[in-house]
Design a protein around this ligand. Structure first.
Ligand code: ZN
Length: 306
């Protein structure tokens, strides 16, 4: 877990890190969060006015963590508990939504009222800002961009659907596709296998490294990934008509060329009117997006309380 004291301009004034041990259970992890916040405030010169939390989970509108496979939590009233313990107004959201807030308020999307942020990491998710508001949806899970169908009855996904965008371009999916390709044609997969050590150890990072080293199989996988991602983004642009599409995440950091391919593809394939004023940009905040975004969300929450 990472905590930071962030000022109104999105600048990190002090920060603190602490390992998360899911096996400890919710109560003790919440105690660790409290310690982590206090440590961080001790290091800073100023007091905090509100607390924003991004957590790898599905979170409802009231700040209850509904499910978190990573933490093993179900129905944990995180916002309420932290407010009581820290005596600060708090707001809890999903970690990817928090990172989208960061890019919107202080990163590549600063000052834009209609934008979509897409993070392509192990999973694929993001946030949609429309008319100056982050869309939340009926049960607060809007922005699950990775789980839109790309191929009917296609590859198995981590969700109940098949053929989702994430099942082709998420880090885990790129690894899976590469491992299958190598098994189907071990000779062609030589470079990838020797880079990763074994077929089952091939990751998305091995694919991007081998591709940049000139490996044919990896280049083909990256080309296909670019097509899948670009096609998915066409649907997003047509659905939400953003002025700006911000793309980031671990897979993009390894393969920034995916953005270069996406832009002309979208301009060609999206509805003319939907893509007319569209700009595409790389996410700007890197690993700080989540922490800075959670603070931006807390800042907005404070304004609502006034
Ligand atoms: Zn899915």
């Amino acid at each position: 877990m990472k905590t930071a004291l962030v000022d109104k301009n999105g600048k990190i004034l002090s920060s603190h890190r602490y390992p998360t041990n899911p096996e400890k259970g919710a109560q003790r992890i919440i105690d660790d969060i409290v310690i982590c916040v206090e440590e961080c405030l001790d290091k800073g010169e100023e007091d905090a006015q509100a607390l924003g939390i991004g957590v790898a989970a599905q979170v409802d509108h009231s700040g209850v963590v509904l499910t978190s496979p990573n933490l093993g939590w179900e129905n944990v009233p995180l916002r309420e508990t932290l407010e009581q313990k820290l005596k600060l107004p708090a707001v809890v959201t999903n970690d990817v939504r928090a990172a989208s807030w960061g890019e919107w308020r202080f990163g590549a999307g600063k000052g834009v009222d209609d934008l979509v942020v897409v993070f392509v990491g192990t999973g694929v998710g993001g946030g949609v800002v429309s008319g100056g508001r982050m869309l939340e949806g009926c049960s607060n899970c809007a922005g699950e961009i990775g789980h839109t169908t790309l191929i009917v009855d296609g590859r198995n996904c981590s969700c109940p659907n098949k053929g989702c965008l994430e099942a082709y371009v998420g880090g885990w999916a790129i690894a899976e596709r590469a491992q299958e390709a190598v098994r189907a044609n071990p000779e062609e997969g030589n470079a990838l296998i020797s880079l990763a050590g074994a077929a089952e150890k091939i990751t998305a990072a091995s694919v991007s490294k081998a591709c940049h080293d000139g490996d044919n199989l990896s280049s083909r996988l990256v080309k296909e990934t670019a097509q899948f991602l670009s096609s998915g983004l066409v649907g997003i642009v047509n659905s939400f008509n953003p002025c700006l599409l911000v793309i980031g995440g671990g897979v993009i950091d390894g393969l920034p060329e995916l953005i270069e391919t996406a832009e002309p593809f979208i301009k060609k394939r999206a509805l003319k009117v939907a893509a007319k004023n569209l700009k595409v940009a790389k996410a700007a905040l890197g690993n700080d997006a989540g922490i800075v975004g959670a603070a931006a969300l807390a800042q907005d929450h404070l304004k609502e309380l006034v």
